[in-house]
Design a protein around this ligand. Structure first.
Ligand code: SF4
Ligand code: SF4
Length: 392
């Protein structure tokens, strides 16, 4: 059994969010997680250098409220706070500036952690990961606090608390990993092992405005009205996935976590405490399984995901499935700005899409493993996920 606090917040009101976080802090007795003088890395989602309104990145109001919460802790020695994340393509500094997080960090004197340099780390023998580059800013800190954004995702269905830690891997090295962990189960196992290694202390999710549809970069902002706080990443993800109408029992991401016994994904084993900062109180508590009917947002548009299990097979049937059945990334030539970022992001060698000069890139669908790195990185929202026979 684990507990997740669901703080009501229908807008990015920093004072109200901070009030809610204080209530969650005492309700979950979080003080015991941090020792005086420790260096703590705040790890937001800075997937791309875009403004906060696009709901791609953690909102600066949530980031500021979390940082202020840590700043106001009374300790013999204050915590030493830093922050950082590794965007897929641009520099951390640019993504932090455009998302509004750099301004908050400057105001609250939070140091930018080193996400430009990394070290290759060898993982334990029982891990699905052999070696992995991790940013120095992560390795140099005593602990990590994950401040994620809730969004849809073409591969995993949703992205939130668990996947936020994938950002410790620098830049395009992340895409290379997709080629190795090319089906959802392998990818989820890798995420579980990465989290096991990093052991984030706490998970805070910005789901005041989430992303629906063609996420995690090119979907639409959708008000969902919560900030979540919990100690168990799969549980935090299960709560918000359930609130947005996902049947988590049918999602391969959660099925894999359940088999691995990574965290808590059973709605009957997650206690939800609903906090209303306006009333300065926990206004309701109960099991997620019982509360889902009243919490569910029925008009949230889920991602069009694909089971890419078949894609790893080089069999004839696998090739046919990839060509004629499975959902695939499709470029809208009228929107494409021919920047070539999708081609650069493809983890395969040779790549599954190619570009001649300034022409619109072309896919080789029988090679494509449906990792959707290209769809995730496209700055023009020109790539949609569709069945081969679907148009527009
Ligand atoms: S990333 Fe998007 S805009 Fe750039 S070439 Fe690819 S499809 Fe076109
Ligand atoms: S073409 Fe796109 S979806 Fe296919 S393997 Fe390359 S990056 Fe992944």
């Amino acid at each position: 059994m684990t507990t997740v606090c669901l703080i009501k917040a229908d807008q990015y009101d920093q004072e109200l969010i901070l009030k809610g976080l204080r209530l969650a802090w005492s309700s979950l007795e979080l003080s015991k997680l941090f020792k005086p003088g420790e260096s703590i890395l705040l790890k937001p989602n800075l997937l791309s250098a875009v403004s906060a309104e696009q709901a791609v990145t953690t909102d600066p109001a949530v980031f500021a409220a979390v940082a202020r919460l840590f700043r106001e802790l009374e300790m013999e020695q204050p915590l030493r706070l830093s922050y950082g994340d590794s965007p897929a393509h641009e520099s951390t500094a640019k993504a932090a500036r455009i998302s509004g997080l750099a301004a908050v960090a400057e105001e609250l004197a939070i140091e930018a952690a080193d996400f430009e340099h990394s070290q290759e780390i060898e993982f334990p023998a029982d891990s699905s990961i052999r070696k992995l580059h991790i940013a120095n800013g992560v390795l140099n800190s005593d602990g990590l606090v994950s401040i994620c954004k809730f969004k849809t995702h073409a591969l995993t269905g949703i992205t939130g608390a668990l996947k936020n830690q994938f950002g410790v891997v620098p830049g395009l090295r992340k895409a290379k990993f997709h080629a190795v962990y090319s089906d959802i189960r392998a990818f989820a196992t890798m995420l579980a092992d990465l989290n096991k290694f990093l052991k984030p202390r706490l998970f805070i999710m910005d789901a005041i405005v989430s992303m629906e549809g063609n996420g995690p970069r090119n979907g639409r902002p959708k008000k969902t009205g919560y900030v979540l706080v919990g100690l168990d990443a799969p549980a935090v993800d299960t709560v918000m996935a359930s609130v947005t109408g996902h049947d988590t029992a049918k999602m391969k991401l959660f099925q894999t976590l359940s088999v691995l016994r990574t965290g808590v994904v059973d709605p009957a084993k997650i206690e939800v405490r609903i906090i209303d900062p306006a009333q300065d109180a926990v206004v309701k508590q109960g099991l997620l399984s019982e509360l889902i009917p009243e919490l569910i947002i029925t008009d949230f548009k889920q991602a069009k995901t694909e089971n890419s299990l078949m894609t790893s097979a080089s069999s004839f049937s696998g090739k046919l499935a990839r060509r004629f059945i499975m959902r695939r990334p499709v470029i809208d030539a009228e929107i494409c700005i021919s920047c070539g970022q999708c081609v650069a992001s493809c983890p395969l060698e040779p790549k599954a899409l190619s570009q001649t000069g300034r022409e619109v890139p072309r896919y080789s669908y029988d090679k494509c493993i449906r990792c959707f790195c290209c769809q995730e990185i496209c700055p023009a929202a020109a790539i949609q996920v569709r069945r081969p026979w679907q148009r527009g």
